[in-house]
Design a protein around this ligand. Structure first.
Ligand code: HEC
Ligand code: HEC
Length: 243
C-alpha cells in the first residue's frame, strides 16, 4: 500500500518537473535578419536581388485588371496584399489592385519547404529568377514573418488601435527622424508624407516598419516587441499630411 502511494507520488513529481522543464525551455530563436529580408523580397524581390525588372505583365495577373501592368504585377504584395490577406483584405476593396487572388495568411506556420515548392510552381514562374537563399528567406517570411494586421487595423475604416502616440514620438524622433524628419516628409523623393500614408495605406506602412525598405539602409523592427511598431504608427498618424 505504502510503496504504491510512494510510486504514484514520485511519478506525479516526475511529471510536474518534466512540465516545468518544458515550459521554461527557451523559445527557439529564429533568424530575424532572414525573416526581414524575406519581407523585403515580398515587397519588391527584383529590387532586392538587383535582377532586371520583369518587362511583361505576370501571367497570373488577371486580364480583368487593366490598371496595373509590367513589373509591378510581379511583386508578391501586388497579388497577395500588404496585409497578406489578398482579396479578403484591403485589396478586395481596391480599384488598382483588385485581382481576386487569395492571401498568403493560410500558409502562416506552414513548412518552409512546402512554401518554397509553391514559389517555384508554374503559377508563380519564379523558379529561374531567384536562388535557394532567396526562396528560403521568402518562405521563412511567409511562415513566421507575417502578422495578422486585422488585430490592429480595421480593414474597412483603416482605423488603427493599440498604439500610444506619445511613446511613439520618442521612438520616432530617435530611430526615424534622422532620415525622415520630425514631420515625416523626408527624404525629398518620399512618395507621400507619413501622415497621409498612415491615413491611406497603414498596411504598407506597417509592413515597411517591420521589414524595412528595399535597397535602403532603413532598419527593420521585426525583432522588437510589436508594441514599439504600434506606438510609432500611432505617432505617424498625427504627422502633417502635406509634404
Ligand atoms: C500575379 C499574381 C501573383 C504574384 C505576383 C504572386 N502570387 Fe502567390 N499566388 C498567386 C495565385 C493565383 C495563387 C494560387 C491561389 C489559389 O490557389 O487559388 C498563389 C498562391 C500563393 C501561395 C499559397 C497560398 C495558399 O494558401 O494556398 C503562397 C504562399 C504564395 N502565393 C506566395 C507568394 C509570394 C511569396 C510571392 C512573391 C514572390 C507571390 N506569391 C507572388 C498569384 C501570385
Ligand atoms: C537610414 C535612413 C532611414 C531610417 C533610419 C529610417 N528610414 Fe524609413 N525610409 C528610408 C528611405 C531612404 C526610404 C525610401 C524613401 C523613398 O522612397 O524616397 C524609406 C521609406 C520608408 C517608408 C515607406 C514610405 C512610402 O510611402 O513608400 C516608411 C513607412 C518608413 N520609411 C518608415 C520608417 C520608420 C517608421 C522609421 C523608424 C523606425 C524609419 N523609416 C527609419 C530611410 C530610413
Amino acid at each position: 500500500m505504502r510503496s504504491i502511494l510512494t510510486r504514484v507520488f514520485s511519478s506525479a513529481l516526475v511529471a510536474i518537473f518534466a512540465t516545468i522543464a518544458f515550459m521554461s525551455a527557451p523559445a527557439l530563436a529564429q533568424d530575424e535578419g532572414a525573416v526581414a529580408r524575406g519581407g523585403l523580397l515580398y515587397d519588391k524581390w527584383y529590387a532586392v536581388i538587383k535582377a532586371p525588372k520583369p518587362e511583361a505583365t505576370h501571367p497570373a495577373w488577371p486580364a480583368s485588371n487593366t490598371k496595373k501592368k509590367d513589373a509591378t504585377t510581379w511583386r508578391c504584395k501586388s497579388c497577395h496584399g500588404w496585409d497578406y490577406k489578398g482579396v479578403e483584405g484591403a485589396y478586395g476593396n481596391s480599384e488598382s489592385y483588385l485581382t481576386g487572388i487569395k492571401g498568403i495568411d493560410g500558409m502562416a506556420g506552414a513548412d518552409v519547404a512546402a512554401i518554397v515548392a509553391i514559389l517555384k510552381d508554374d503559377t508563380h514562374q519564379l523558379a529561374d529568377k531567384m536562388d535557394e537563399g532567396d526562396f528560403n528567406d521568402l518562405a521563412l517570411f511567409v511562415s513566421v514573418g507575417q502578422i495578422d494586421m486585422s488585430q490592429y487595423i480595421d480593414t474597412a475604416t483603416k482605423a488603427f488601435s493599440g498604439g500610444n502616440a506619445a511613446a511613439g514620438a520618442n521612438y520616432f524622433n530617435t530611430l526615424c527622424a534622422q532620415c525622415h524628419g520630425k514631420d515625416g516628409n523626408k527624404p525629398k523623393d518620399l512618395p507621400e508624407s507619413f501622415g497621409s500614408l498612415m491615413g491611406g495605406n497603414p498596411w504598407e506602412g506597417m509592413h515597411k516598419i517591420l521589414n524595412g525598405q528595399p535597397n535602403e539602409s532603413m532598419p527593420a523592427l521585426t525583432a522588437l516587441d510589436i508594441q514599439i511598431t504600434l506606438d510609432i504608427m500611432a505617432h505617424m498618424a498625427t504627422l502633417p499630411t502635406e509634404m
